[in-house]
Write a protein that binds this ligand. Structure first.
Ligand code: ADP
Ligand code: GLC
Length: 490
């Protein structure tokens, strides 16, 4: 089975969030199950010959594409996903992709990903590559299903190709003015009406993907149900209700080759469930690094997150006066919305012996925080899957989460009333999206922390959970199979 996996980010090449973790790991798990996978991502400026082992594909040469009336030259580079023979094709067009960040507010953001979608298809044509499935991810790839069904309808290499579209986050919809359709060579008169591509009088790449893909998936079962409601569907609930027979929720997995405390290359002290001493050493190291005093009675609570509205920092701010009264230390690593960056900066200035904030993206530090913290907080308003709570479990770091999306599917509330030996809880969770509910869960964690036997049981419960990719990859492959042999509704 030939799978083309299309994403705007993938580790180790480029990452802003969990999509990169998924795109760097799922193709490998699928390859193990017998799929032949090729990955396509843009070549941003940080992906260069100095950092990676890139080779220019002169078998393809230069591709010329007309975008918004201008001819643009595209070159293709290739590398492999580490420890695999999976080819990654990088779409190189410096005019569009050499920018300060990988996603921008520039007025040609639409053109950047129109070029990406078209280039992916052009590469397939030039290689005479006929994938069974083109697996698209998030709005940046949303035009591909329409291109395959319409603009490239006559191409024999795609006559049997099916498209899958995976929603990692419905909050990002790639909305552009209607005039953007002309740049994308999509017929306005035919498609810009209630239905295929339009939302609130804009042209949405995400909606286009949802409308035209043969099958839709999202990254947890709970989220696949939540997005059918106005509260979580962000205006796209109706198109999803229309397509609900083609919508599946498959929980993300964790790449335990990168996220396992027993061989995590970023940790000064590696450890496992049999001996948690290394975890304590990491905590001491982390605190010392940021000049906080270690005290065995004080739990350290970690956050590693994009600082965006989705992640629940408004209820965190609401809960702060009470949270600050608890005898805890905090470490926050994140970047994003200025208001939250400012909030965390001012907290660490005002409470230097209690709160550390690191504003920025730092992969190494993110591993250290997941390992060195006692608890890990994710008060998300919505969370399609969430990976950091899954990583925390493996590191014996107790997640405190709001019960939504993938958080609800991975964190089982510790039931204080159940007999400890039978208690399978692995974290603390709350339902209401309020500062009070968040505070109450943190308080439960803080109150449980001194009871070392209970704490240890909680840790071991989480550490023994298995969220590796194998099971989820099997579900994708099963869907691919059913799509190809026509046994699915679409
Ligand atoms: P999302 O994709 O919504 O950001 P996930 O929990 O699925 O949420 O994935 C986030 C990923 O990004 C995790 O691998 C996490 O460790 C990483 N991450 C988030 N913020 C930072 C940061 N500031 N520095 C380093 N890694 C980060
Ligand atoms: C998104 C979601 C996150 C999910 C990740 C990978 O960015 O916000 O919940 O884990 O994609 O699927």
């Amino acid at each position: 089975m030939k799978i083309a996996y299309i994403s705007s980010e993938a580790v180790p090449f480029v990452k802003t969030g969990g999509l990169a973790d998924v795109a760097g790991a799922l193709p490998k798990a699928m390859q193990k199950l017998g799929c032949e996978v090729k990955v396509f991502i843009p070549k941003y400026s940080d992906i260069n010959e100095t950092n990676f082992d890139l080779t220019y594909r002169d078998d393809i040469g230069e591709i010329q594409l007309k975008i918004a009336g201008e001819l643009r030259v595209v070159r293709i580079y290739q590398d492999k996903l580490p420890d695999s023979d999976i080819l990654v094709n990088f779409i190189d067009c410096p005019y569009y992709f050499n920018r300060e960040s990988i996603y921008t507010d520039d007025i040609d953001e639409d053109e950047r990903f129109i070029l990406f979608c078209k280039s992916v298809i052009e590469v397939m044509r030039l290689e005479n590559y006929s994938p069974d499935i083109i697996h698209c991810n998030d709005w940046q790839t949303g035009l591909i299903p329409l291109y395959i069904k319409d603009n490239y309808k006559g191409e024999t290499i795609f006559s049997k190709t099916k498209t899958m579209f995976s929603i990692h986050n419905i909050g990002y919809q790639g909305r552009f003015p209607k005039s953007s359709m002309r740049k994308a060579d999509i017929n306005e008169i035919y498609y810009f009406r209630e239905g295929p591509v339009e939302i609130e009088n804009t042209f949405s790449f995400l909606k286009t993907g949802l409308w035209f893909a043969d099958i839709i998936t999202t990254v947890s079962e709970t989220y696949s149900k939540e997005i059918l409601t106005p509260e979580y569907g962000s205006g796209l609930e109706n198109v999803l209700i229309l397509r609900r027979n083609s919508l599946y929720g498959i929980l993300n997995g964790a790449d335990y080759t990168a996220w396992n405390p027993a061989h995590d290359i970023y940790l000064p002290f590696q450890y496992s469930g049999e001996n948690l001493l290394g975890k304590l050493e990491n905590k001491k190291y982390l605190l010392a690094k940021f000049n906080l005093k270690y005290n065995e009675k004080i739990p350290l609570i970690g956050i590693v997150s994009r600082l965006s509205g989705q992640k629940g920092f408004d209820i965190f701010a609401e809960a702060l006066p009470e949270l600050l009264k608890l005898n805890t230390q905090w470490i926050i690593v994140g970047n994003g919305d200025k208001r939250y960056e400012d909030l965390f900066k001012s907290l660490s200035l005002n409470f230097p012996d209690k709160i550390i904030s690191y504003i920025g993206f730092n992969n190494e530090l993110s591993h250290l925080v997941v390992a060195g913290s006692d608890m890990f907080v994710m008060p998300s308003h919505y969370e399609p899957c969430g990976l950091t709570q899954i990583y925390s479990l493996k590191y014996g770091t107790i997640p405190i989460v709001r019960k939504t999306g993938g958080l609800a599917d991975t964190i089982k509330d510790w039931d204080e009333l159940s007999y400890q030996g039978f208690n399978t809880g692995n974290g603390f969770s709350f339902h209401d999206y309020t500062g009070y509910a968040l505070y109450s869960s943190v308080k439960r964690g803080v109150d449980t922390f001194p009871h070392k036997d209970t704490w240890n049981k909680l840790q071991l419960n989480g550490m023994s959970n298995d969220f590796s990719w194998d099971k989820s990859a099997q579900k994708y492959v099963q869907l691919y199979d059913q799509l190809i042999n026509g046994s699915l509704n679409s």
